[in-house]
Design a protein around this ligand. Structure first.
Ligand code: ADP
Length: 450
């Protein structure tokens, strides 16, 4: 359990970001520390080299003023008792300062430090040794560099401690700050979990960072669409099963009637069979319409068609089956991009409705033409009309105006929702208005760019 907790914490954005920032901070600090150390060493090296040069200068000046080496060496030694000086003359004479006898042998056995010419690590400590010729004599000075080394070491220690403190305090601050920031992500995850387990809320939209804001906005939008789809699907299933149940119940009723009374009263059979036939046809139409409704738009804009010709053909077919006169004026050719079946379904459904809801001795007017505002298809009938408060609703699935429901006119309330669905795919506007003196005008306006 504890192991799992550890793993989870290690996977959090807060932990991971802190780790990465701290590593980066540590690396940068280390780099600057190294640079600082190298610069300090260089500075101290130059300083001690200058010191050696000053000694040589002083000796050179003193040599001119003072009569011999011994007094000069003593004068030098009294100035710095840790350091040593050795003078070797061409004739073999050698003058040593007091420390020289211990310092120079130790230096001879000591270790030279690479890159730092003249710096020797010996038993007597760290020395800087340099040799120069002064008035023909070879003068070697060995300056004790212990103080410089201590200074460098002290600086290194202080800077390392400060840097370490900076990394530790920086990491704590980063952890705290990132924690505040990542709380928005944690909150988002909690809200998503609540929604997942059936909650009805949505994500809080934070003002910043904009990326999290954008995710929340998109998620909420998606959620809204998904909820609408689910609600629509639920309503659809409920409506569809209701619509299917009615004819099925009627069919079963008549089957039972034939089973019960068919033998004794065979006269009920023909009327029951005709009822079963009618209802089963209704079921067939209904199930085909349901299939059409759920059909995915496939390659809607596939080909360029002469839609004028298609609509004329639909009018001609309708004229054969409907008692009304069909008066059509159609612009041909009128080319549009799309699927043949879509245009046929729109025109056919509107014409079938006009024929269903208008008296048989009336005229149905169909117009199809291109105007400035777009490509217009209008179907006008002289039928019963549609009350204003129901004009919007007739495009809903399964919706039927009460008088058509109660009348004998067969229908399922799907045709217009199918027309609307197809029209939407083509970004076409569909509307219904009253015809004068009676009837309805259905108009579909396709965008001109079709
Ligand atoms: P259906 O005609 O199968 O009932 P529709 O979706 O095609 O289904 O139409 C929905 C409702 O709109 C119809 O039930 C009817 O009440 C009304 N309607 C459609 N077209 C007309 C029309 N031309 N005249 C009067 N009412 C209509």
């Amino acid at each position: 359990m504890r192991n799992k907790e550890k793993t989870i914490r290690g996977n959090t954005a807060q932990f991971q970001l802190t780790r990465q920032f701290s590593l980066l901070l540590g690396a940068v600090m280390l780099f600057f520390n190294l640079v600082f150390i190298l610069l300090s060493i260089g500075f101290l090296y130059e300083r001690i080299e200058d010191q050696a040069d000053h000694v040589f200068e002083a000796i050179e000046k003193g040599h001119a003023a003072v009569s011999g080496w011994p007094s000069l060496i003593d004068a030098y030694v009294s100035a710095d008792e840790e350091s040593a000086l050795r003078v070797e003359q061409a004739d073999g004479h050698r003058y040593d300062s007091e420390e020289a006898s211990t310092v120079f042998p130790a230096l001879a056995a000591g270790r030279i430090i690479p890159l730092l010419e003249g710096v020797i690590l010996s038993e007597e400590g760290v020395y800087f040794s340099k040799t120069e010729k002064i008035n023909g004599d070879q003068v070697t000075v060995a300056l004790n560099a212990e103080a410089s080394v201590e200074l460098a070491y002290g600086l290194l220690l202080i800077s390392s401690l400060l840097n370490l403190a900076a990394v530790v305090i920086g990491s704590v601050l980063i952890y705290w700050r990132v924690g505040k920031w990542s709380r928005k992500l944690t909150l988002m995850a909690q809200e998503i979990a609540a929604i997942e387990s059936g909650g009805s809320g949505e994500l809080t939209v934070v003002r910043e960072p904009v990326e999290i804001q954008a995710v929340a906005v998109s998620f909420n939008q998606l959620l809204k669409e998904q909820r609408e789809t689910i609600a629509r699907e639920k309503r659809f299933i409920a409506d569809a099963s209701h619509e299917l149940r009615t004819p099925l119940a009627a069919i079963r009723g008549h089957v039972k009637l034939i089973q019960r009374r068919g033998t004794a009263h065979p006269e009920v059979i023909p009327s029951s069979l005709s009822f079963i036939d009618k209802e089963s046809k209704r079921l067939e139409v209904l199930s085909n319409q349901l299939l059409d409704l759920e059909k995915q738009p496939i390659n809607t804009m596939a080909q360029t068609l002469d839609v004028g010709q298609l609509i004329r053909e639909v009018c001609e077919k309708q004229a054969v089956v409907s008692p009304q006169t069909i008066d059509y004026v159609i612009e041909e050719p009128l080319l549009m991009k799309g699927s043949k079946i879509d245009f046929q379904q729109i025109a056919q459904n509107l014409l079938e409705n006009a024929a269903k809801y208008a008296p048989s001795d009336s005229t149905i007017y169909v117009r199809f033409c291109q105007k400035n505002t777009g490509i217009w298809l209008t179907v006008t009938d002289q039928g019963m009309g549609i009350p204003d408060d129901q004009k919007e609703r007739i495009f809903d699935r399964f919706y039927r105006v009460e008088n058509s429901r109660s009348s004998d006119i067969a229908g399922s309330g799907i045709g217009l929702s199918l027309v609307k669905q197809i029209a939407d795919q083509y970004q076409a506007q569909i509307s219904v208005t009253d015809n004068q003196p009676k009837g309805s005008v259905f108009a579909v306006c396709f965008p001109a760019s079709q």
